[in-house]
Write a protein that binds this ligand. Sequence first.
Ligand code: SAM
Ligand code: DTB
Ligand code: SF4
Length: 343
Amino acid sequence: MSASVPRTCASPTDPRHDWTVPEAVALFELPFTDLIFGAQRVHRAWHTPNTVQMSTLLSIKTGACPEDCAYCPQSVRYQTGVAAEALMGLDEVLERARVARAAGATRFCMGAAYRSPKARDLERIAQMVRAVSALGLQTCATLGMLSPAQARTLKDAGLDYYNHNLDSSEDFYAEIISTRSYRDRLETLAAVREAGLNVCCGGIVGMGESRTDRAKLLVTLANLTQHPESVPINQLVRVPGTPLEAAADVDPFEFVRTIAAARIMMPRAQVRLSAGRTAMSDELQALAFLAGANSIFYGEKLLTTGNPDVERDRTLLARLGLVPEGLGHAGTAPAGTPAHGAA
Ligand code: SAM
Ligand code: DTB
Ligand code: SF4
């Protein structure tokens, strides 16, 4: 590995949890090819190369959210044209899950525009989790803040992953959300972990945050007692009507650097090239895979905004020789295990 990429593991099987902000910033500051090379080395030591995990999203409860997240089209405070919809019925959710499975997704992620779920809704969502799980799909939910008891209810229903993003550094967070704190988010993550669920937690690039904010977000994630199993890196989708509708472009290479730093700092995680792909060229997405992304959101829609259509993604993966997880592959390393002495 390039001498300038720091060690990534405490031992050959245990990733580091003692990252400092200067170390993370130093990763971002590496010459681009050194950073990508370092990320690719880590990626190949811990994961089967050329395999991409595919998650399909479904908004099961849309809009009218009381929170004020400045990026979000679903906040009741912004005029974004998103029509509010009540919690979806079980049959429709199942139908959408079947379509996702037939298209090749292995994980189905149900998102709800809640600050936190009410007891009655959580019971209905637990039923959805049971039913989607019975289709043989991995299940994920993102429903806002959870208490420890709510997290256990979802675990008991068979939920595999819970998504709850930190979004940015603690410092920058206060500029984009006022209705709940960073600490609230960390408490939900702790409840999710405590319940035995896999953690899906990442952030958004392009909200006006600095490189240091991006580095600090990754340090917070990488220094959790256990790294998130899944780390979505979203590029802001600028939705008209939200406070961030005119946020400045971020250098695409900075987005790729964020993916590479996440890969190096959390070697075992699935790093997801998440929202924002409709605005990205095929070449930029290829760079993100080269930087260690090994997961995508798959299907025409994210929650309320667009995503590349299935055919386009299949073509892109085929052009790059990337194979959807679950369809067999050419590589050798089992996921999450260092294959040849990651250092
Ligand atoms: N309401 C729940 C919550 O906020 O925890 C779950 C749904 S919320 C839409 C899930 C995540 O989507 C947010 O934390 C944020 O990271 C991401 N997101 C929302 N709007 C976005 C946008 N315009 N661009 C990129 N990511 C976005
Ligand atoms: C995540 O990190 N990104 C997804 C998922 N987790 C829930 C959501 C992206 C939402 C983009 C805006 C929208 O479609 O409403
Ligand atoms: Fe509500 Fe989640 Fe959107 Fe924030 S990100 S406004 S909590 S739906």
